[in-house]
Design a binder for this molecule. Structure first.
Ligand SMILES: *Cc1c(COP(=O)(O)O)cnc(C)c1O
Length: 411
């Protein structure tokens, strides 16, 4: 049996569909973000990153780096165990208190990543509720889909952000049946926002529990950076809030926040929490420093929104077909996988700008795009440079310019 053949065939299939992924080899440089160094077989090249989820540049914040370095020097590199067996170090306990406070909840629980927090959090919560029906938004992230699947409970998918459809499904299930609604606040590919208040209204009317993924909102929205639910005054109505420490907080890790009972039950039953080594103390300390900083400082959020608005205005002004989003995510539509890859390659090779192409299965076929994420560190000159480079690439590849952007959801 030639086992290698199975794997080369699997890769060839991706290549034939133009879905084979090529990673850029990037070396970020503290104090220079979004400027970085790209390693290529021909040597190093300067590059400007336009697709980072380090939305506020907190990964290079001096207080965050110092917390990480100082803690590593004092406490060493690893946690040395699972949470149950010697791995519950003081920085992770402090971090959990900080996150519970951020979301105004009784408790929180930290996981290895946001992915793990959704996959193991949703599945554990749903399995602890007898006969639970999971109502899941149609555009939920893969980590939530995995959590729903692993729960092994009945599920019903409601059309993206469609509260009428959600209410239909709730009514069909009836008030008496236990129900868990799982959805996101900011959807990361289309950059749109869930009707959180209306979903909470329905949850109260029909007796459902709510679980929200605020991964693309924590640090970025709300007076203390707790997310869109905080900004909209709905945070207290959500039962479980999930977030990441790896995006706007610039570190690594994920968490859920909720009541003492929910968090204690997940702590006690979630395999993806129990049977794995705790995050290193240095990472927990850095994340705590980042959360604390963004709780007290709105300057990063204000500058972020300003540079996002400038970027949108510049690109739209040049006739580039961006989606008009209410968030910091700027999708620039290409609608073809090969052209999307070609545009990304040309931006990188010719202009030194790095925007990873987003193709199926991350987004539906025919909605391929460049997902642009300006940060407070993308100054006006960089925005001008991006606009000029994109106009050159669009002209070179014969991509259409448009007066107005269309919504993906409408397609
Ligand atoms: C990135 C992402 C996650 C996973 O978070 P990580 O900390 O990167 O594992 C979860 N949900 C959504 C919506 C995401 O985009």
């Amino acid at each position: 049996m030639n086992y290698q053949r199975f794997f080369t065939d699997a890769i060839d299939a991706l290549k034939a569909e133009r879905r084979y992924r090529v990673f850029a080899d990037i070396e970020r440089v503290v104090g220079r973000f979004p400027h970085a160094i790209r390693h290529t077989p021909e040597g190093t090249r300067p590059v400007v990153i336009w697709c980072s989820n380090d939305y506020l540049g907190m990964g290079q914040n001096p207080a965050v780096i110092e917390a990480m370095a100082e803690t590593a020097r004092r406490m060493g590199a690893g946690a040395g165990g699972t949470r149950n067996i010697s791995g519950t170090h003081h920085p992770i306990v402090r971090l959990e208190q900080e996150l519970a406070d951020l979301h105004g909840k009784e408790a929180s629980l930290v996981f290895t990543s946001g992915y793990v927090s959704n996959a193991t959090g949703i599945s554990t919560i749903a399995r602890l509720i007898p006969d639970c029906l999971i109502l899941s938004d149609g555009l939920n992230h893969n980590s939530m889909i995995e959590g729903v699947r692993a729960a092994g409970r009945e599920k019903a998918i409601f059309r993206h952000n469609d509260v009428e459809h959600l209410e239909d499904l709730l009514r069909r299930a009836g008030r008496e049946r236990p129900k868990l609604i799982v959805f996101e606040s900011v959807y990361s590919m289309d950059g749109d926002i869930a009707p959180i208040g209306r979903i909470c209204d329905l949850a109260e009317r029909w007796g459902a529990m709510t679980y929200i993924d605020e991964v693309h909102a924590v640090g970025l929205y709300g007076p203390r950076g707790a997310g869109v639910a905080e900004r909209d005054g709905e945070m207290g109505r959500i039962d479980v809030i999930e977030g990441t420490l790896g995006k706007a907080f610039g570190c690594l890790g994920g968490y859920i926040a909720g009541s003492d009972a929910v968090i204690d039950a997940v702590r006690s039953h979630a395999a993806g929490f129990i049977f794995t080594t705790a995050l290193p103390p240095a990472v927990a300390a850095a994340a705590e420093a980042s959360v604390r900083h963004l709780k007290a400082s709105a300057a990063e959020r204000a500058r972020h929104q300003a540079q996002v608005a400038r970027t949108k205005a510049a690109l739209a002004g040049a006739g580039l077909p961006i989606l008009d989003t209410p968030t910091h995510i700027v999708p620039l539509m290409v609608r073809d996988p090969e052209l999307c890859k070609a545009a990304s390659d040309r931006l990188l090779e010719r202009h030194g700008l790095y925007i990873q192409p987003i193709n199926y299965p991350t987004v539906p076929r025919g909605t391929e795009r460049l997902r642009i994420t300006p940060t407070p560190f993308h100054d006006d000159a960089l925005i001008e440079g991006l606009t000029a480079a994109l106009v050159e690439v669009w002209s070179h590849l014969g991509l259409p310019f448009e007066a107005t952007a269309h919504s993906v959801a409408a397609e």
